[in-house]
Design a protein around this ligand. Structure first.
Ligand code: RVP
Length: 505
């Protein structure tokens, strides 16, 4: 006979936190959001890899590329670069994050000398930058021949067919700096010479990067940055249970700090085999997350297989229709609570603490607080990050409002068959488990993450907690009735402004 769970499966929206005593010392500025990313012997050793904020970006084509990874690592979180691309392309993205020097920008709007003013105008419209290097082959790393800025042309006086070579500021008039220049020195050159940007070139006069005056200032104000031992940004990468024997070595070689098996359902021999392969070839030096699971049995299986962290969640993603198409899944709150209990039991038995990631279904900022209170150590977000400037998808105008495109890995658009793979010869997606959609454009990652974290810290203080482990220990949670959910919003008043003041919708 089938097994029946006693309780219905519930979502975050059905829970609230009940405040605890707040000591005078418990203020948001004193809260630490540091949280473990990989397993360790709690109480005996330090976690070898921690996040400075409990947020990671989803392993999705529409969310996590190298630009997102740099932006999120700057704030203290981590991106998992999407695996739904060739091994070479994914490794190249990882390498770009590791090579990224804050303030040293690889130019994405470049010209060749035979291009025209019309091309300059088009590029400016596409990228929004007014500084465009001119290189012999029109690429970001070609031989530097000059630069075009807004000061080099006047649209009212010049023909659109004028050649770039005829109006650019030529190389001999440019001040440049060599590749080993530090950001501090680059910034001094910029200020001493009243420049807006400084091209960095290698020994063959090939363009390496541009340094802009404004970036140096912003770099100084990121105390949470996720940096490795060599002061490079940290980055994760998605893998699958098919081509891991080729993909993992390429990602490790490129510098990935952690990998994660990306699968809609992780309670399978395929994940065990993948983890075993990594252990056999790399021991404990390569950290590997696994999932997704939604109950104690699934957790135990992956824990015993050797996962460094376990991801929770099936069917709760905003773009996910797995529950509709296959009838499998579980409410994200119930899944998190049960898996956290199983993790704590495993810890009591073995002394090994396996961090949990609640993945999908975070709609409001307070859902992050709930997930952590329920025992997750960090959360994975797709929709949340897809809304920002830094996500790889297009920003489009829909009915007078700016939107960003956001699509599921199981949608016809992504066709990420490995994520839904159940073995066998077939290598395609037979039916969809995700949709293609728009999400409201929300500006820069930093501005939004700042507000989200402020809300989280404030909630933690309401519960008398200065750290995430303390929060998990002290949190008191209550289920809410349907009627009290109505009470939770503004009610029985006539709103003057109908725009909701929640930032995260
Ligand atoms: P959300 O943050 O609610 O947008 O959910 C993101 C999560 O949804 C991902 O991390 C992944 O686990 C899941 N996902 C991604 N694609 C699909 C799909 O097409 N069904 N689901």
């Amino acid at each position: 006979m089938a097994y029946y769970f006693d309780e219905p499966s519930r979502t975050f929206n059905e829970y609230l936190l009940v405040p605890g005593h707040t000591p005078a010392s418990c203020v948001p500025t004193a809260v630490s959001l540091k949280t473990p990313l990989v397993k360790y012997r709690k109480g005996e050793e330090e976690c070898p890899l921690s996040l400075n904020i409990p947020m990671v970006s989803a392993i999705m084509t529409a969310v996590s590329d190298d630009r997102m990874a740099v932006a999120l690592a700057t704030e203290g979180g981590l991106s998992f670069i999407y695996g739904n691309q060739s091994i070479e392309d994914e490794a190249a993205m990882v390498a770009r994050v590791k090579d990224y020097k804050a303030g040293f920008v690889t130019s994405d709007a470049n010209l060749s000398p035979d291009m025209t003013l019309a091309d300059v105008v088009a590029l400016k419209e596409e990228h929004g930058h007014s500084t465009m290097p001119v290189t012999d082959d029109g690429t970001a790393h070609g031989k530097l021949l000059g630069i075009v800025t807004g000061r080099d042309y006047r649209l009212s006086r010049m023909g659109l067919d004028e050649k770039v070579a005829d109006f650019m500021t030529p190389r001999e008039k440019l001040i440049v700096a060599p590749a080993d220049t530090t950001l501090k020195v680059a910034n001094d050159i910029i200020w001493d010479n009243k420049l807006n940007s400084l091209p960095i070139v290698d020994a063959d006069d090939r363009l390496v990067a541009l340094v802009f005056r404004k970036d140096y200032d912003s770099h100084k104000s990121n105390p949470n940055e996720m940096l490795d031992a060599h002061k490079r940004y940290m980055v994760g990468a998605g893998i699958n249970s098919r081509d891991y024997a080729e993909r993992v070595p390429a990602l490790v070689e490129a510098g990935a700090d952690v990998v994660c098996i990306d699968s809609s359902e992780g309670f399978s021999d395929w994940q065990k085999i993948t983890i075993e392969w990594v252990r056999e070839h790399y021991g404990d030096t390569v950290k590997i997350g696994a999932g997704n699971v939604v109950d104690a049995d699934g957790f135990r299986f992956l824990a015993e297989a050797g996962a460094d962290f376990v991801k929770i969640g099936i069917g709760g993603g905003s773009i996910c229709i797995t529950r509709e198409t296959k009838g499998i899944g579980r409410g994200q709150a119930t899944a998190t609570i049960e898996v956290a209990k199983a993790r704590d039991e495993y810890f009591r038995e073995t002394g090994v603490y396996i961090p949990l990631c609640s993945d999908g279904g975070i709609v409001y900022d307070h859902h992050i607080s709930l997930a952590l209170a329920m025992g997750a150590d960090f959360v994975m977000l797709g929709r949340y990050f897809a809304r920002f400037d830094e996500s790889p998808s297009n920003k489009v105008m829909v009915n007078g409002t700016y939107m960003k495109e956001y699509w599921g890995e199981g949608s016809a658009r992504a066709r990420n068959w490995q994520r839904y793979d159940l073995g066998g010869k077939k290598k395609n997606l037979t039916f969809e488990e995700g949709v293609d959609s728009y999400v409201p454009y929300a500006g820069s990652l930093k501005d939004n993450v700042d507000v989200t974290l402020l809300k989280l810290k404030s909630t933690m203080c309401n519960c008398g907690a200065l750290t995430i482990p303390e929060f998990q220990d002290k949190a008191k949670l209550t289920l809410v009735s349907a009627t009290s959910i109505v009470e939770g919003g503004a009610h029985d008043v006539l709103l003057k402004d109908k725009t909701p003041y929640v930032s995260n919708t």
